[in-house]
Design a protein around this ligand. Structure first.
Ligand code: SF4
Ligand code: SF4
Length: 135
């Protein structure tokens, strides 16, 4: 098997800027299980949660955005209101196939995410686990 370019790990440490939760044009995809977990966290019935926070995009469920185009669960302090139950897509960032596909993709994403390329050295096993969970 071809050796991964990130076999020695990658530096990443979230700076808590909230940048990956902001801005129009992105989608936070959610599953029924994730909806249930977030609804439980907010102590809302699932049907009500769906009406308030979920939209359909080409047949897939995604969280809605606020008026600024940010994720509906990003609070005014830049924190996630459902952090412990945030969707897998959020939990696995930045270990997404498209981000670690190449060193240049990784570095390019560093312009948007100040955690990329900084801080702790994350070992290959953790990166691969994130990639597996995301898929
Ligand atoms: S953009 Fe990067 S540093 Fe900022 S909150 Fe998201 S993961 Fe953390
Ligand atoms: S669910 Fe939380 S972590 Fe995910 S995009 Fe929304 S605010 Fe960010």
């Amino acid at each position: 098997m071809k050796e991964k370019w990130y076999k020695d790990g990658l530096n990443f440490s979230c700076q808590g800027c909230g940048g990956c939760c902001c801005g129009p044009g992105g989608y936070v995809w959610v599953t029924e299980e994730e909806i249930q977990a977030m609804a439980d966290r907010l102590k809302e019935p699932v049907k009500k949660f769906m009406r308030k926070y979920v939209r359909l995009v080409n047949g897939r469920m995604a969280l809605i955005d606020n008026a600024a185009g940010d994720c509906i669960f990003l609070n005014e302090k830049g924190q996630c209101k459902v952090y412990e139950q945030r969707p897998v897509q959020c939990k696995t960032f930045p270990w997404w196939p498209e981000i670690v596909a190449s060193r240049s993709n990784w570095e390019d994403n560093g312009y948007d995410c100040p955690g990329i390329g900084h801080g702790e050295l994350i070992p290959l096993e953790v990166i691969e686990r994130g990639l597996k969970d995301k898929s």
